[in-house]
Design a protein around this ligand. Structure first.
Ligand SMILES: [Zn+2]
Length: 125
């Protein structure tokens, strides 16, 4: 059982290693505050090396960034309701900016992913 004064392995941000730490405070059955037995630094309990979880580290590219990856922005078509778009087409919308057509919904609507989100635009009119 973990308890204050006990020892637990935690990530130490000072030593940059998983090291033995002494538990200073618990929240429920989890250590909340610990101090490093090696460098004595006090910090919150971190069971894993930072960057290994989805929440921290380098932000993952958004769907928009992934879609635009490798595409030539210079070839963006100026959006017009009269044009027809295919998935993968890059278009330049006067208010939403540059987007990538991701799906054709029916003959008159195309789903376009913009930096600000997915929009359904009219096309092929
Ligand atoms: Zn340390």
């Amino acid at each position: 059982m973990l308890k204050p004064g006990g020892t637990v392995d935690s990530w130490c941000g000072t030593c940059k290693l998983i090291l033995a730490h002494t538990i200073e405070a618990m929240v429920g059955d989890k250590p909340a505050r610990v101090h490093c037995n090696t460098c004595q630094a006090q910090h919150s309990y971190k069971p894993n090396k930072p960057g290994t979880s989805a929440r921290s580290g380098k932000p993952r590219p958004t769907k928009y960034q992934t879609l635009l990856n490798g595409k030539d922005m210079a070839h963006a078509k100026r959006y017009s309701t009269k044009d027809k778009y295919e998935p993968g087409d890059i278009l330049d919308h006067p208010s939403f900016g540059v987007g990538v057509a991701t799906a054709v919904k029916d003959g008159t609507k195309v789903e376009v992913t913009f930096e600000g989100g997915v929009k359904l635009l009219i096309h092929g009119r």
